[in-house]
Design a protein around this ligand. Structure first.
Ligand SMILES: [Zn+2]
Length: 309
């Protein structure tokens, strides 16, 4: 669900006065919480709704009303998944590991779902079947196009006599080793394959911003490749690095000092959230308490570094 929106004064600027004159509770909450940038107002409807004891939906509906009336231009900017702590953190080391593993595989599944969804859209758009009919089939709607020959007759595919709307190659470019190396040259981070893949793909994250990589020339250079391929390639880098330095990076490394234990797992309660903090598995952040678990050790631990990603 979208939690943050941007809106701005429309081309017909006079209409914006209507939004300013709207005296509803929702309108006031939006205006009070909107932060003005250079052109756009940015409003976190989730926080605004919570502080004014309104529903997020009512604020979203209000913004859409304004947009539909032509009073503002509107765009959603951030989708946010919210998590709630429903149980106390267990003391038991094994229990904690179990929860961390569960969270990791859930994140992985969400990621795979997103990738599959995008694949689905590309496949749909690159098909030579009527676009409307393909959607109907996808949603099990067999009434709209009952006959085999039935098509909508109006979509891009129908209009072009069966030519796909877009060309989508299922054979993405082979991974360029040169690009991989240039990404690795741009950052010293070696404990997080997803972080590296995101840099290569051009997907920002708080950690990437903290590392000042989103403005780097290599940011997004591999966006033509497949996510799975890029991630797998960086995973081998991370695994090799972990095997080479089982106790963490060598001292000559210019990264901040690490808290490393050779005797397996070492835990650390810390409020340090520096982007380069290594081997840190962030389990829970919420309710004012932040808990972090530091690891040294084998590659399987590195794989779990979903913190800040
Ligand atoms: Zn059609």
């Amino acid at each position: 669900m979208y939690a943050v929106f941007d809106y701005k004064v429309p081309a017909n600027a006079g209409l914006y006065q209507n939004a300013l004159n709207d005296s509803s509770k929702e309108a006031r909450a939006i205006r009070d919480f909107a932060k003005f940038g250079r052109t756009w107002y940015n409003v976190d409807v989730q926080s605004a709704a919570e502080s004014r004891k309104l529903s997020r939906e009512s604020l979203v509906a209000k913004l859409n009303d304004w947009k539909d009336s032509g009073w503002i231009e509107l765009k959603p900017t951030q989708r946010r998944c919210r998590y709630f702590i429903i149980k106390e953190l267990p003391e038991d080391e094994e229990e904690m590991d179990k929860i961390a593993d569960q969270m990791f595989s859930r994140m992985e599944k969400l990621e795979q779902d997103e990738v599959d969804r995008m694949e689905g859209v590309f496949t749909w758009a690159a098909n030579s079947l009527c676009l409307a009919k393909a959607l109907a089939i996808y949603f099990d709607d067999f009434d709209s196009f009952p006959g085999v020959e039935d098509v909508c007759g109006r979509c891009t595919v129908c209009n072009s006599g069966g030519q796909p709307a877009v060309v989508y190659s299922h054979a993405p470019p082979v991974i360029s080793e040169g690009m991989i190396q240039s990404v690795l040259k741009a950052t010293k981070i070696r404990d997080d394959a997803r972080f590296l893949a995101r840099v290569a793909f051009g997907i920002t994250s708080p950690r990437i911003t903290a590392e000042k990589l989103s403005k780097h020339e290599i940011f997004g250079i591999m966006s033509q490749n497949r996510w799975d391929d890029v991630l797998a390639r960086f995973q081998t880098v991370v695994d090799q690095y972990a095997a080479q330095y089982p106790d963490g990076p060598p001292p000559s490394n210019s990264q901040p000092a690490q808290s490393i234990s050779t005797a397996g797992v070492k835990r650390k309660l810390s409020s340090n959230s520096a982007g380069t903090a290594q081997f840190t598995k962030k389990l829970f952040t919420g309710g004012g308490s932040s808990f972090k678990k530091s690891y040294s050790g084998g590659s399987s631990q590195y794989k779990k570094s979903f913190k800040r990603y």
